[in-house]
Design a protein around this ligand. Structure first.
Ligand code: BLA
Length: 509
């Protein structure tokens, strides 16, 4: 495949982060063929098991570790389910000297990948947190916000990291810090937004398979795993590895933030990477293999709780929306002049479809509340809608881009148009403001001492600028659920408007 292209800020998405050919130095790595011969070894092997990398290569694994240890490992492997499963073996003696190790074992392309680190003596003074009591505390939270906050607190208690954030992705892969638990005095990242490029696409794909990522010490020198290429010329795939070394770009990012260690736990909801617990420590930090395992399990439990919460919220929302539509119908039927009162309408809809402005256009007359185009802009917009929307709900989250000729203040970026009569078309149009105006930027909580070779781009402030650039002219999109509600409201209002027209024509007779 030739020499790989050097990685810089423009091609991050193509960096093969699973094949960097190196590990972090807090453990060793061996690959073993199906006939139990060592095929690759990390250069630091001797530090752990007393045999050098060069001596280990091509030897049977049985000559490196005790028969009992090998037996345990083989047993674990026979119970492996599926390709992306990693088995853990805690507190095992590998050598005759009885020193203890924690192991992670998995299989990739007919190779066993064995990773080991020294077993840390667990400090028993840490309060033991049972998974059940943690879940019950999560379940007791009323709002989603409180649920996230409790999740961050518990992940911090489990990992001991200085800062734990719940980071949620949007459809495009950009993200937002929706909850945080942090040691005092280190500022806050809560509410900040970051562009998709900060966690490039292959990294997001990887975190969907491998749910736990620890970068124990950003100053650590990576240890090569040799030989780099196998007999077929293939590099080693470290996707499911625990020790996998880190992209130099990401290391620079962490350094620029003043972070010494980083940890993330994937939050997978409905088979998608919903977000991460993103954790920072302002010095090196390596929780024990056991507590990392517990934290990973916690992440999975949290995600399944989140999944059922989201389902329940979606149902609640549908019910609420139906109630709102009913209320709308009875109110307007009682008092038709309410339709001339957009402030009333925006209030009535606020719970179902939040918006920053609303325009009601009936019989060529405009009533406006909150943000929105003026009379002239509005009638130009109506002409577009008459041509394009075909009597249906129509939503955009980037008005300026959609209708470049429209002269509308760029505060107004999102629109949901609800046609409420057939012809001539009357509309209720909801407006949303540009997203960058609704978010808070809290400044740079942790000032870096100096920047790396790629300069200040790899800092939260620059990330925020990159994100702002990305979402310029865009609003929060109108969701599927909101559009369904809008459809219900459309049918309701059409009925009302029809009835009003009938009554008006009867009165004329
Ligand atoms: C990985 N980037 C990550 C990870 C996070 C972030 C959480 C997961 C690995 C980890 O836990 O450290 C980003 N960290 C954040 C964000 C916050 C945070 C947004 O705390 C917000 C508070 N990074 C860049 C750019 C590139 C880049 C421009 O900013 C590429 C040009 C690369 N980020 C990058 C890579 C990884 C990464 C390659 C994968 C690291 C790995 O797992 O090997």
């Amino acid at each position: 495949s030739g020499t790989p292209e050097p990685v810089d800020l423009t091609n991050c998405d193509r960096e093969p982060i699973h094949q960097l050919g190196a590990i972090q130095p807090f453990g060793f790595l061996l690959t073993i063929s199906l006939d139990w011969m060592v095929t690759r070894a990390s250069a630091n092997l001797a530090e752990f098991i007393g045999v050098s990398q060069a001596d280990a290569l091509g030897r049977p694994i049985s000559s490196l570790i005790t028969p009992e240890a090998l037996h345990t490992i083989r047993n674990k492997l026979t119970t492996l389910r599926g390709p992306d499963v990693v088995e853990r073996i805690f507190d095992i003696a590998l050598l005759p000297d009885q020193s203890r190790f924690d192991l992670a074992v998995h299989v990739n392309e007919n190779q066993v990948i064995l990773e080991g680190e020294r077993c840390q003596q667990e400090k028993r003074n840490a309060p033991s947190l049972s998974m059940r009591s943690m879940m019950s505390r999560l379940d007791q939270t009323e709002t989603l916000e409180a649920f996230f906050r409790e999740g961050a607190r518990q992940a911090r208690a489990l990992t001991g990291f200085d800062r734990v954030m719940v980071y949620r992705f949007d459809e495009g892969g950009s993200g937002e810090v929706v909850a945080e638990a942090a040691r005092s005095g280190i500022g806050s990242f809560l509410g900040l937004h970051y562009p998709a490029s900060d966690i490039p696409i292959q990294a997001r794909a990887l975190y969907l398979r491998n749910l736990f990522r620890i970068i124990a010490d950003i100053e650590a020198v990576p240890v090569p795993v040799l030989p780099q290429l196998d007999e077929q010329g293939q590099p080693l795939d470290l996707s499911m590895s625990v020790l996998r070394s880190v992209s130099p770009i990401h290391i620079e990012y962490l350094k620029n933030m003043g972070v010494g260690a980083s940890l993330s736990i994937s939050i997978v909801v409905d088979g998608k990477l919903w977000g991460l617990f993103a954790c920072h420590h302002y010095g090196p930090r390596l929780p024990s293999a056991q507590s990392r395992s517990t934290a990973e399990l916690f992440g999975q439990m949290f995600a399944s709780r989140l999944e059922s919460r989201e389902r329940r919220l979606a149902l609640d929302y549908e019910t609420k929306a139906r109630r709102i539509a009913d209320r709308l119908l009875t109110s307007v039927a009682d008092n038709a002049s309410l339709l001339d009162d957009p402030a009333w309408l925006i209030e009535a809809l606020a719970d179902a479809i939040p918006a920053d402005g609303i325009g009601v256009w009936i019989n060529g007359r405009l009533a406006l509340a909150g943000i929105g185009p003026d009379e002239r802009g509005f009638s130009a917009l109506i002409r577009h809608l008459n041509r394009n929307a075909g009597g249906r709900i129509y939503a955009v989250d980037r008005l300026g881009e959609t209708y470049p000729d429209l002269e509308i203040d760029d505060v107004v970026a999102g629109m949901l148009a609800i046609p409420i009569s057939r012809s001539p078309r009357d509309y209720v149009v909801l407006f949303r403001q540009e997203l960058v105006r609704t978010v808070r930027w809290g400044g740079d909580p942790h000032k870096p001492l100096e920047y790396g070779p790629n300069g200040p781009r790899l800092t939260p402030r620059k990330s925020f600028e990159a994100w702002s650039e990305l979402v310029r002219g865009r609003s929060l999109p109108f969701t599927e659920a909101e559009r369904r509600v809008a459809e219900t409201i459309r049918l309701t209002l059409i009925e009302v408007v029809l009835r009003l027209t009938d009554e008006a024509s009867m009165a004329r007779q």
